[in-house]
Design a protein around this ligand. Structure first.
Ligand code: HEC
Length: 130
């Protein structure tokens, strides 16, 4: 019984924290991911491994919330969002290994794969304005 109450509480908190992720935070995380992508490219172009790896870390950190699908006009399914988030992490990990192994072409390939995840979700957003 005690366990059930605890589980219900935990579930409640989880639901609350999911709902608490609002549009303002989403935009912040999106901008962080955009900056991280730019940092990765810069790191590769300037031969600065540390900069590129830091960009990958920033990207992974900010992408952890992508899986929360918004409720409202910009809606898409949670299943889709989770898949996109998992792919971003997967290709980021590959990029990390590539950068560590000085494989810039391979890093660029995985960079493009990450970008494709961004684009395929953005293409789903009905209210994309400009
Ligand atoms: C699963 C869906 C999804 C994925 C994947 C996704 N985005 Fe977004 N993105 C959104 C939504 C929704 C918005 C619009 C937010 C709003 O205006 O409320 C957005 C907006 C943005 C914006 C505009 C922010 C602004 O200031 O208006 C940028 C930049 C951005 N995303 C970058 C990225 C990058 C970089 C990636 C990939 C690493 C990415 N996004 C992946 C859903 C996604």
């Amino acid at each position: 019984m005690k366990k059930i109450i605890v589980n219900v509480l935990v579930l409640g908190f989880m639901t609350l924290s999911l709902q608490a992720y609002d549009q303002v935070e989403r935009i912040q995380d999106m901008q962080t991911m955009e900056a991280a992508m730019a940092q990765i490219q810069k790191g590769v172009l300037y031969n600065n491994k540390k900069m590129a790896l830091q960009g990958v870390e920033n990207l992974k950190k900010a992408s952890s919330k992508v899986e929360v699908a918004p409720k409202g006009l910009m809606d898409y399914s949670t299943v889709f969002a989770k898949k996109q988030a998992a792919n971003i992490v997967k290709y980021s990990d590959k990029m990390k290994s590539n950068i560590e192994a000085n494989q810039k072409h391979a890093a660029a390939t995985n960079y493009t794969k990450v970008l494709s995840q961004c684009i395929s979700c953005h293409n789903k957003i009905r209210k994309w304005s400009q």
